[in-house]
Design a protein around this ligand. Structure first.
Ligand SMILES: Cc1cc2nc3c(=O)[nH]c(=O)nc-3n(C[C@H](O)[C@H](O)[C@H](O)COP(=O)(O)OP(=O)(O)OC[C@H]3O[C@@H](n4cnc5c(N)ncnc54)[C@H](O)[C@@H]3O)c2cc1C
Length: 411
């Protein structure tokens, strides 16, 4: 028997990895619990990197999820700066970048995702950046400060959540901003057209130049640094800084090389299990098998839920019932909260007044309530989570009447 027999190893010291480690300890895992992270810092909160931290509204210390001492007290060994380079399933071991090996009884893959780059002429120029890690965020913050001082504009390629959050933060910092989205509308993958239009209006009202339905074709450079973004319509947006916000690819290479199914994204079932009974996957690196395909969620909620599921599975405990998926986004003075999964929705019912800046959109698939998108309407969001958890689908004409309390629609 090796000294490492009985260990739970968690690869990736982010949201999902930390949750798995803490849930294993809380659930009574008796062997060592080791959290292996390739970043030199962490675990830390990623959401503020595009919002409050970037806007200098919170201190760096507030990004820390758990102090090392607190983890030690729980009997969790955190190893930062430790990359896992292979899984040896037949030996129940992982190989570290320094060539050493650690044995496991249970393994959780929580390796997150990597920001996608863009394959355009000039994309390697100085001043073309992405945002995923705290190191990226520090680099972006310094570059934004440079733009604020020099008056050079920021161009954001990609009108998704991260791009738009950075656009809002950059405007707060006094930077000129343009957003280019190749799809016909902003946030097309996540929100219905009414909301895309609302966000386009919000950004335009704060001075962001938004171009949808036009693809960037090249990054223009001068002396090796970015100077502009050329678009397919022949126009050029001047830029001193370009943020590429075109999504993140799941870090599934370890799993793929170990023969586990990847879609891409490590394929797991509703309990976060892979096909290997000793290996679970959680968070942004994982995709969940659903009827007719796989579901990929990239949110704090999902990382926490799958981290808990992985721990429950390794402990041999029955998983808790799945919660209603939710996430949030902050842009200017608008807090978005989404409950449920709106994919495939065919009807949208508004409650409240979009022009007043506080409202909700109820998304239906047939007669069934699928998701609720709330803007500055936290009470609607909380009620929506209860309705969705209870499987209630109040009639569209009732939810549209803002004088009728949603709580009364539980029956
Ligand atoms: C800027 C930004 C803003 C966001 N805002 C929101 C928001 O408002 N709301 C929301 O719900 N979600 C938000 N998200 C998404 C949310 O942060 C992620 O869904 C969540 O962090 C996923 O957690 P994770 O543990 O799966 O991955 P991560 O937090 O990425 O952690 C994975 C860790 O594993 C490490 N790793 C990878 N490979 C290895 C290896 N081989 N060996 C060791 N370590 C490895 C990675 O370096 C990383 O540290 C945001 C994300 C970003 C980047």
């Amino acid at each position: 028997m090796s000294a490492d027999d009985g260990a739970a190893l968690i690869v990736g010291a982010g949201q999902a990895g930390l949750q798995a480690a803490e849930s294993l300890r809380a659930g009574g895992w008796s062997g060592p619990v080791v959290l292996l992270g390739d970043e030199d810092e962490g675990p830390y909160h990623r959401p503020p990197l595009s919002k409050a931290w970037l806007a200098r509204e919170v201190e760096a210390a507030q990004l820390t999820m758990r102090a090392r001492a607190a983890l030690e007290r729980k009997g969790i060994e955190l190893r930062n700066g430790t990359a896992v380079r292979a899984i040896r399933r037949e030996r129940h071991a992982v190989e570290l970048a320094d060539g050493s090996e650690l044995r496991y009884r249970g393994l959780v893959l929580a390796t997150g995702a990597t920001a996608r780059r863009i394959d355009l002429p000039g994309a390697q120029a100085r001043g073309v950046v992405v945002l995923r890690t705290l190191a990226d965020a520090r680099h972006l913050a310094a570059a934004l400060e440079g733009c604020a001082t020099s008056g050079q504009p920021l161009v954001i390629i990609g009108g998704g959540f991260i791009g738009l959050e950075v656009a809002a933060t950059a405007r707060k910092l006094g930077v000129e901003v343009a957003v280019v989205e190749a799809a016909p509308r902003l946030l097309a993958g996540a929100l219905p057209p009414q909301l895309s239009e609302w966000y386009a209006g919000l950004h335009a009202a704060h001075g962001v130049r938004v171009s949808c339905g036009v693809a960037p074709v090249a990054i223009e450079t001068a002396d090796g640094a970015v100077s502009g973004v050329a678009l397919a319509d022949g126009s050029v947006l001047p830029a001193g800084l370009v943020l590429v916000g075109v999504g993140a690819a799941p870090n599934d290479a370890l799993a793929r090389e170990a023969g586990l199914e990847c879609a891409p994204g490590i394929v797991v079932d509703a309990q976060a299990r892979t096909a290997d009974p000793a290996i679970y996957a959680a968070g942004d690196c994982a995709v969940r098998r659903v009827d007719g395909g796989v579901l990929r969620l990239q949110s704090v909620f999902n990382a926490v839920e799958q981290g808990k599921l992985a721990a429950a599975g390794l402990l041999g405990q029955s998983p808790t019932a799945p919660g209603v998926p939710w996430f949030w986004s902050d842009q200017f003075d608008a807090r978005l909260q989404v409950a449920g999964l709106g994919g495939g929705a065919d009807a949208v019912v508004l409650r409240g007044d979009p022009a007043g800046g506080a409202f909700s959109a109820f998304l239906y698939r047939g007669d069934a309530l699928a998701a609720v998108v709330s803007i500055n309407a936290p009470q609607d969001h909380m009620a929506a989570r209860k309705l969705l958890a209870a499987g209630r689908s109040p009639a569209p004409q009732r939810v549209a009447d803002a004088t009728l309390p949603l709580a009364a629609m539980m029956t």
